[in-house]
Design a protein around this ligand. Sequence first.
Ligand SMILES: C[S@@+](CC[C@H](N)C(=O)[O-])C[C@H]1O[C@@H](n2cnc3c(N)ncnc32)[C@H](O)[C@@H]1O
Length: 221
Amino acid sequence: MSRSTLAITDLLEDYLRSNTLRESPILAELRAETASHRLAKMQLAPEQGALLTLLLRLIGARRYLEVGVFTGYSSLTAALAMGEGSQVVACDASEEFTRIARAYWHKAGVDDRIELRLQDALKSLDALLAEGLAGTFDCLFIDADKPAYPAYYERGLQLVRQGGLIVLDNMLLGGRVVSPEPGEPAGVRVVRQLNRNLRDDERVECCLLPVGDGLTLLVKR
Ligand SMILES: C[S@@+](CC[C@H](N)C(=O)[O-])C[C@H]1O[C@@H](n2cnc3c(N)ncnc32)[C@H](O)[C@@H]1O
């Protein structure tokens, strides 16, 4: 038992990654390739991927929706975790980043499980609602531009089934949520306010885990 959360040092993180992770070779390869990308720090942490895998299996997820694909680590994690016959709808606006994702989906043999929607994610979520897909997803993962998080969340809440899971990444924003600073990016204020709103949102159960940059888990009531 413990009364507080352990601060993770680099040494502990190395220990955790090399002694507890069961990352598949294809995910390890994608992580290694992305490490040399100029925006490598945008990639999901592998321990977050392990948690996502466990959660998707726990709820028996078959349909997963993602906002923010980058080079494909989280979408590939989901497709592998859910297995054959499952469906991933992956939303991103970047042809450049998702070219790498598509190559890895193909290499992993899961490209038939993943539909990429390549445009502004708000448009994709609106289109999914217009297509009558409300209440049909088991899980939504939000990992994109912070100012739009509340809009992604409101649309996503409609798209996820009752009892389904919503996961939001970067909810601690490298610690910047703690102390407001003059001139801070709009996204910081948005995430700070969203944390408070989610705590009080009766439509969901809510828990923020200090894994990676802060992962909020919501279950739709
Ligand atoms: C943090 S990265 C996603 C990381 C990814 N989940 C992973 O596992 O590596 C954020 C992604 O959001 C995308 N993005 C940012 N703003 C967007 C928008 N308005 N619509 C769609 N995608 C957007 C970026 O192109 C980028 O690929």
